[in-house]
Ligand binder design. Structure first.
Ligand SMILES: *[C@@H]1O[C@H](CO)[C@@H](O)[C@H](O)[C@H]1NC(C)=O
Ligand SMILES: *[C@@H]1O[C@H](CO)[C@@H](O)[C@H](O)[C@H]1NC(C)=O
Length: 218
């Protein structure tokens, strides 16, 4: 059924008069900065600020991403987090960064960030970067140094080193604490653990398969 001219007029006016959800921006800071006082309990909008009289130059700099992470793990990868917990000056500013090191053949396993869209740039190596939409469509590309990717908020994604040398990526997030749900750990390594019959049903497999996977993450 065609829309009446009146309805079209109203929808056009509505679009023009209200901010489009697709054009939303970072939250507006209420002060120059708010260096987190990590001793205070976290609140819904972040940490309280430490007194300005206690703020020094060092608060605005962080060297936690300077050194290569230890990729000697089952996944062959390491994620160093530069979020508000590590770098308190990010508090309330709506952004953070990670350093991802991946050994040859290693994987930053499928995971999602519930509170942030991610963008990243490959510094070194050759990687397969993939993401899966809520319609279960898989999007992927092989990237090399200087190339960039974006992972829309909440979507499951991974990076796999498909080259001969080690790979290095720096990623950025539009949250000071993006959070990470690592799918395999989340379902098979939680404490207390998710009931096995939930997982056998969800994955349509036998208990032995679930037990085997659980044993890797327990
Ligand atoms: C601020 O500095 C004073 C003096 O060094 C110290 O006693 C106090 O614990 C500091 N407060 C915070 C929240 O860092
Ligand atoms: C990435 O490169 C590998 C070979 O190294 C190739 O098999 C694969 O199809 C490529 N993937 C994409 C998404 O281009």
């Amino acid at each position: 059924m065609a829309k009446s001219p009146l309805i079209l007029l109203f929808s056009t006016l509505l679009l023009l008069s209200s901010p489009l959800p697709t054009l939303s921006s970072d939250p507006d800071p209420l002060q120059d900065f708010c260096i987190a006082d990590l001793q205070s309990p976290i609140s819904i909008t972040g940490f309280p600020c430490k007194p300005t009289s206690n703020v020094t130059s060092n608060d605005f700099f962080f060297d936690g991403l300077a050194k290569e992470g230890d990729t000697n793990s089952p996944f062959g990868s390491s994620v160093l987090q530069g979020n508000v917990l590590a770098f308190p000056a990010l508090n309330t500013l709506g952004l953070s960064m990670n350093r991802v090191d991946i050994a040859p053949g290693g994987l930053n396993p499928p995971h999602s960030h519930p509170r942030a869209t991610e963008t990243g740039v490959v510094i070194q190596g050759k990687l397969l970067v993939g993401l899966i939409s809520t319609s279960n469509v898989f999007y992927a590309k092989n990237l090399t140094a200087g190339e960039m990717f974006v992972i829309p908020r909440g979507l499951v994604h991974f990076q796999k080193n498909i080259g001969e040398e080690k790979a290095l990526i720096f990623t950025a997030f539009n949250s000071h604490l993006p959070g990470a749900v690592i799918v395999s750990l989340n379902l098979f390594g939680s404490r207390p653990s998710v009931p096995t019959d939930v997982l056998t049903k969800a994955f349509q497999v036998d208990q032995s398969v679930v037990d085997q996977i659980k044993s890797k993450f327990g």
